[in-house]
Design a protein around this ligand. Structure first.
Ligand SMILES: Cc1cc2nc3c(=O)[nH]c(=O)nc-3n(C[C@H](O)[C@H](O)[C@H](O)COP(=O)(O)O)c2cc1C
Length: 168
């Protein structure tokens, strides 16, 4: 069985955290959370506005070091909420700071109905990696925590991940 690490960032409602936790548990994977050194402050709308500026300028905030050593894993799943049609800036920092050559990466994301080009952007940041699977999970458009994507679709993705980990 291949070893998987699930790395995720989650800010607003814990949506991406819940998806990451369930997938990690089902696949017996290790789990790591990305956190910015400086926490986002203010109201949801303040952070939406700050996020727009950060995404548009390509800003990559400092993040806390992860405790896991990525070299010890065969597969790395990376989860992000959608921020302005792309990955959250903290995930941009994480992906940008690694050597992905020869790695197997499974990008997954949550969104509120405007998924943009998150997965494509994540894959671009992981030069040299292979991407056998990816997942987009839609939540409600009000920025809440009601999952719109049917649960069986998300479960089928998990089954695919487990199958991949069992492959020789
Ligand atoms: C700064 C910011 C920007 C967002 N931009 C988008 C977007 O472009 N498209 C979209 O569908 N949802 C957008 N959302 C909604 C989140 O992607 C969605 O609610 C997500 O599930 C939140 O995940 P989390 O609870 O793990 O942080 C945005 C939310 C924030 C805070």
């Amino acid at each position: 069985m291949k070893k998987m690490l699930v790395v995720y960032y989650s800010w607003a409602r814990g949506n991406t955290r819940r998806i990451a936790e369930k997938r990690a548990a089902a696949a017996d994977a290790d789990l790591e959370r990305i956190e910015t050194v400086t926490p986002y402050q203010g109201s949801y709308d303040d952070v939406v506005a700050q996020g727009q500026q950060e995404v548009e300028s390509g800003f990559m905030p400092a993040i806390r070091p992860l405790s896991a050593d990525l070299s010890g894993y065969d597969v790395i799943a990376v989860g992000t909420p959608t921020w302005w049609f792309t990955m959250a800036p903290a995930v941009h920092t994480f992906l940008h700071g690694q050597n992905w050559q020869g790695k197997t990466v499974i990008p997954f994301m949550t969104n509120g109905g405007w998924p943009g080009h998150v997965i494509r952007d994540m894959e671009k940041e992981c030069a040299g990696a292979v991407f056998p699977l990816s997942l987009q999970v839609r939540f409600d458009s009000g920025g809440g925590d009601r999952m719109v994507t049917p649960e069986p679709l998300v479960d089928a993705f998990t089954d695919d991940v487990v199958r991949l980990l069992k492959e020789e």
